[in-house]
Design a protein around this ligand. Sequence first.
Ligand code: G6P
Length: 479
Amino acid sequence: MSSSPAATSAVPTAPFVVVANRLPVDRIQLEDGSTDWRTSPGGLVTALQPVMRKNHGAWVGWHGAADEELEPFVDAGIQLMPVALSSQEVEEYYEGFSNATLWPLYHDVVAHPEFHREWWDSYVTVNQRFADLTATVAEQGAVVWVQDYQLQLVPQMLRAQRPDLKIGFFLHIPFPPTELYQQLPWRNQILEGLLGADLVGFQLPGGAQNFLRLVRQRLQYPTHRERISMPGGRTVTARAYPISIDTQGMADLANAPATVARAEEIRRDLGDPKYVFLGVDRLDYTKGLPERVQAFGELVSDGTIDPEEAVFVQVATPSRERVDHYRRLRDDIDRLVGRFNGDIGRIGRPPITYLHSSYPKEEMAALYRAADVMVVTPLRDGMNLVAKEYVACRTDEDGALVLSEFAGAAKELRQAYLVNPYDIDGMKAQLLQAMNDSPRSKIRRMRMLRRQVFENDIDRWATLFLNDLGSPASAARAG
Ligand code: G6P
């Protein structure tokens, strides 16, 4: 980490800067009562850690608590630059505009998006704060990579102050069809915000096309294929970069003796059933949890699946718990699972084991190993990395992946048992098919899925994006 000679304060500067709503660390409580930081298990930080280390990168983000100002600090070799949010901003920018306006709107309005002008004002203020801090951190000519829907105005705000920077943006969630996007009262401002970048990345080509179409229709900027000609002669590229996981790292974890032993223990604890079904999601209404519970519950209650033979384990990680839709979903799922287990369960053997909790990735790898059928059935999902993690962990080439057509991952994982999660009967049929398929067919499918996730891992994703951005960071990384 170098300190710019021109800098008047002690703010460290860097040639490569990642900007994301969250810092890549979680605060943990130590035994002596003090607190420390631990690198988050997320894929993004895993992917970017080598680039960050080699290029003395900095990461600008929120540390997750309200009304707390933190000084910059270093964790795992990465310079972290905390952005403070007041409790009102957490309510209006994070829970409000990001997660009760944009999140449902961008996920096909599976929940009703709320539009409030004060939430928008807060979104602008907070995006400006991220842009201002980034402008002081980025060295002359630095590469800045802005992440996700919470920060769509940052590229433009940053360019206004620092035209010398190379700016990339990546949207981790779907970019919606134009008809839905048009509902947004601030639709033009957000398009202009994104166009501050040199390269705007999406999960799927469809998202990039929706964006290009809106830019033509709403802003009348000429486009040619993936390129947009901006007034003043600048060009912006919009293209798909499907995100992935650290495939080898996940496979190694799945093969570790402790994981193998834990997977066996999990099956024993579940009563050694013939089939274990598994779902792993953030507790979010986009994930299609009620539909999934309904499908499995009906298979048991109508006698198609024998609860002596099969169990369903659903892990639901707590998320955005103060947002109304999430609170209601939690109650709905509790009720639904309780009803099915009450109706069809026996003492000591609930057909559905529901865990509202988050687990370390070692435990996740053991669960993936223990599951015969992985059920990933979101109503809409930008990518879904759980599907890819399951495939990476099936080093035995066994196991079956049931996957929603509406997850971005379905475009790549064509050999999964694909389902329309709105079609409960169709989903029941595919759950049975995945459970009863011949070992030969399952292995054939799993091999192809594995080839896909090994060839297209997170490393390749970051390299492709940074190369297209013309970033020297990518070259340094390959060396
Ligand atoms: C999705 C979003 C991320 C977000 C994550 C967790 O994956 O694309 O930007 O960080 O959910 O949500 P949270 O609101 O807890 O950050």
